[in-house]
Write a protein that binds this ligand. Structure first.
Ligand SMILES: [Zn+2]
Length: 399
């Protein structure tokens, strides 16, 4: 978009702001961000949104009655909602958190009729912020005037630091063949694609490490350890999905799936994690388990919170990069479960099930040179766009 058009749009937006930002008791969060000079970021998969200014980061989750204001947890008058394609905050919360003028009362019909530009995700959502029960709601937030909070750099977590080192983890290897197709083994496909991906990423200037670059067995825990030693900024574990079923069913079930580490929401996702974790128990790895217990999830939460947003950001870039490819999304394309290989990684991390090795079409594509190259290129593109997104976020933080 050129500059003039941008300016015109901005002016139009300001005009529209007066009309639609405040609707009976509710405020359109995106328009509010413009008025309060915050940048606005919406994460549809995670159903969270953040407003960022140089001294101020305020994070909301749809349906969650708390917001994270910098490092404090603040109780909201009412939880944010996604309705009619807009993200709504209670106007009392807008006044309290962003020091905007008391809203002029308007009928909500003005806002309702405005066209929907936001992604129309469903509004029911798992609460994501905060992960643990807030200790002291209220006090913190009352005063967050953007202009007076110094722009002191916060802790450099993986979420806001530069994206330089990518760790590729081709799953399985050696005595662990992974899932078996009619003509191929998972361990060979993911290694071939991993090597191509390394080349692609190096062309883009990334520092690339591989947990294995030959046919060897490496324990799940060791993979994350290596990634941590290398101080990775992003961990990508490559796998092929599989089902044990009739030939008919195997023909039907195909597609790719991006997984992050989070409590599973479906039996299918749980089963996939169990299958990928099985190697650890099979070969007697220390601390091996096929599933995480609720108490283990609880212990993990604080650490996960640090990297979750970026893992989801990368997931979104993966979906964009794979749209239009030969292998399509399987059941939405995104899931979460307790993958042991991701548990120890102190960085944003995903486990990518490239396709179903049990499906003849997916298997054939994943076996060809052209297919492997295409897959590697798409992952590399996702890494590049993810890096750009993280870096533009850094700029809004003044880094
Ligand atoms: Zn696997």
């Amino acid at each position: 978009m050129n500059c003039l058009v941008r300016k015109m749009l901005f002016c139009l937006t300001l005009v529209a702001l007066a009309a639609t930002a405040f609707a009976a008791g509710k405020v359109d969060a995106e328009l509010l961000s413009k008025e309060s000079k915050h940048s606005f970021h919406w994460f549809p998969i995670q159903k969270t949104f953040i407003l960022v200014s140089p001294g101020d980061t305020v994070k909301f989750a749809i349906g969650n009655p708390y917001a994270a204001v910098n490092s404090n947890t603040v109780e909201l008058a009412s939880p944010p909602a996604l309705e009619n394609g807009h993200l709504w905050l209670d106007s009392a919360d807008a006044v309290k958190l962003f020091k905007v003028a008391e809203p002029v009362a308007q009928s909500s019909s003005a806002a309702q009729s405005s066209s929907s530009t936001q992604p129309a995700a469903e509004s029911s959502a798992a609460a994501a912020v905060p992960a643990t029960a807030p200790a002291e709601p209220a006090a913190a937030a009352a005063t967050v005037p953007a202009a007076t909070v110094p722009a002191a750099p916060k802790n450099e977590t993986a979420g806001t630091r530069e994206v330089k080192t990518i760790v590729i983890d081709p799953g399985h290897g050696g005595k662990d063949t992974g899932a078996q197709g009619k003509k191929s083994n998972e361990k060979d496909i993911v290694l071939a694609i991993g090597k191509l991906l390394k080349k692609e990423l190096e062309k883009e200037g990334f520092n690339v490490k591989m947990t294995r670059d030959k046919d060897e067995f490496i324990e799940l825990g060791q993979r994350a350890n290596l990634a941590n030693q290398w101080d990775g900024d992003l961990f990508i574990s490559l796998h092929c999905n599989a089902i044990d079923a009739t030939p008919e069913r195997k023909k039907q079930i195909k597609g790719y799936h991006v997984y992050v580490l989070r409590a599973p929401e479906s039996e299918e996702d749980k089963a996939i994690a169990r299958r990928e974790n099985k190697v650890a128990t099979l070969y007697g790895e220390k601390n091996a388990k096929e599933e995480l217990s609720p108490i283990e999830w609880f212990k993990l939460e604080a650490r996960l919170e640090k990297y979750k947003q970026n893992s989801y950001m990368f997931t979104e870039e993966m979906l964009k990069a794979f749209d239009g490819g030969k292998i399509r999304r399987q059941a939405g394309g995104v899931g979460g479960a307790g993958f042991m290989v991701l548990v120890g990684a102190l960085m944003p991390a995903v486990l990518f099930e490239i396709g179903f090795i049990s499906n003849p079409e997916d298997e054939a594509y994943m076996m060809t040179d052209a297919g492997q190259k295409d897959i590697a290129k798409r992952i590399s593109k996702a890494v590049s766009t993810y890096k750009a997104a993280v870096h533009s976020y850094r700029e809004t933080l003044g880094r």
